[in-house]
Ligand binder design. Structure first.
Ligand SMILES: Cc1cc2nc3c(=O)[nH]c(=O)nc-3n(C[C@H](O)[C@H](O)[C@H](O)COP(=O)(O)OP(=O)(O)OC[C@H]3O[C@@H](n4cnc5c(N)ncnc54)[C@H](O)[C@@H]3O)c2cc1C
Length: 387
């Protein structure tokens, strides 16, 4: 069964919703197909931690967070960066605030009010949302779907794929689309992911506790964010930026006194009374219980010269956690398969969002790039329909 519609957008996450909005604004009839029973489940999940929409940061430093940063991604982010994301969210009725580290959140600290307003706007613009429509590849130029009413084939003047990456698959983005774009997809890898650590039993009482005021070092990179000790390892914003280095096998070390000059730490150690137990030495140096426990975990028996382990505590770990547990995925549709956001070997088919091969840390970069590329792909698709 075939139907011809103006534009087809496949995948109703932030990138797809943005592409659909651009196509509808340009006056095209839009069908938005989504595999799940409801749209934007990952966006709603992001809302559980407050919905960090973007980051109030100068453009050049904002762009440096992305690897790689090919010209189409850079152009999309220059057109629709942090300032534009904030204007867009305010236009959808969201009051925003900027946290101390520049991260921007809706005052509501959740995604549902924004998503409700967005979906209402799309419906008013005539976008038709098809739920439980799973894209199954192509039959010639038509897109194939499994739907509750049976198989469907849709031909469209322009199609935007916005199928997401491959992390947290239960929210809808499984990466299964890669099978329909053979030879064009760089393997998915976990990004923004915690680290597996097999703790000894005495660490159990620290599970759930934050580790503050440390610097994490891997592959020559230093991260100053906070991490949390969990039953399965180390997680949180402090470890996520190190994902690429840790994936590549770099060792992880923790500087427990990153704000103390080396001679100041040496002087503190020299002042310790002789014959103190290890635990008391760490306490007298000013380490709180969780940081002291980390030293005992990774450096016992404590060496006579404490400074090297306090400056670079070597963390024994079993590597990054799985793709299923990662906040986002690296890898995806390769940029050399694209001309702008259009597939070179399928003219009229565009792609956007996390399914493209880029990577960035948490902090609002991910959603900003999904919105920006969705908007750019939608605009390029609209221009093709108008040509
Ligand atoms: C726990 C968590 C917290 C996060 N917090 C933040 C945050 O605070 N800030 C931030 O910037 N980012 C955050 N992110 C990341 C951000 O949510 C994602 O990068 C973003 O949602 C990706 O948008 P997308 O539209 O490309 O893909 P998705 O949001 O994954 O949407 C893709 C859609 O395509 C659908 N789909 C997939 N395959 C098919 C198919 N074959 N047929 C039809 N439909 C299909 C999926 O069901 C899904 O609805 C978080 C992620 C997680 C998991």
């Amino acid at each position: 069964m075939s139907a011809v519609s103006g534009a087809l957008v496949i995948g109703a996450g932030p990138a797809g919703l943005m592409a659909a909005a651009e196509l509808a604004r340009a006056g095209h009839a839009v069908t938005l197909a989504e595999a799940m029973p409801s749209p934007a489940r990952k966006l709603l999940m992001a809302g559980k931690s407050g919905l960090n929409l973007t980051r109030d940061e100068a453009p050049e430093s904002f762009l440096r967070a992305f690897t790689p940063l090919p010209p189409p991604l850079e152009a999309a982010l220059r057109d629709f960066g942090p300032a534009q994301v904030q204007d867009w969210a305010r236009a959808l009725g969201q009051e925003l605030f900027t946290g101390s580290t520049g991260r921007v959140f809706p005052v509501a600290m959740k995604a549902s009010p924004l998503l409700r307003a967005w979906l209402a706007e799309l419906a008013a613009a005539g976008v038709v949302l098809r739920r439980r429509w799973r894209w199954r590849g192509w039959a010639g130029d038509e897109a194939l779907f499994d739907t509750p009413e049976g198989p469907r084939r849709i031909g469209a003047g322009a199609t935007v794929l916005s199928l997401g990456g491959a992390s947290w698959p239960k929210l809808g983005a499984t990466g299964d689309w890669a099978a329909h774009l053979p030879g064009l997809v760089a393997p998915f890898r976990p990004a923004n992911v915690g680290l597996r650590v097999e703790w000894s039993p005495h660490m159990a009482r620290h599970f759930g506790r934050p580790v503050k005021g440390v610097a994490l070092i891997a592959g020559g990179q230093v991260s100053r964010g906070e991490v949390v000790i969990s039953a399965r390892g180390i997680e949180g914003g402090g470890i996520y930026p190190l994902s690429p280095a840790l994936r590549a096998g770099a060792a992880l070390a923790i500087d427990l006194f990153p704000d103390l000059a080396p001679d100041a730490l040496a002087a503190r150690i020299a002042r310790l009374p002789a014959r103190l137990s290890g635990a008391n030495r760490l306490r007298r140096l000013g380490l709180d219980p969780v940081r002291a426990a980390l030293v005992q975990e990774f450096a016992r028996p404590l060496p006579a010269d404490l400074a090297p382990v306090l400056r670079a505590l070597p963390v024994r770990h079993a590597g990054p956690r799985s793709l299923e547990e990662a906040i986002s995925s690296a890898g995806g549709l390769r940029w050399d398969a694209l001309d702008g956001f259009m597939l070179r070997d399928r003219p009229g088919v565009f792609a956007a969002g996390e399914m493209l091969d880029w990577e960035a840390p948490t902090g609002g970069y991910l959603l900003t790039a999904c919105l920006a590329t969705g908007r750019a792909a939608g605009r390029q698709a609209a221009a093709r329909l108008a040509a």
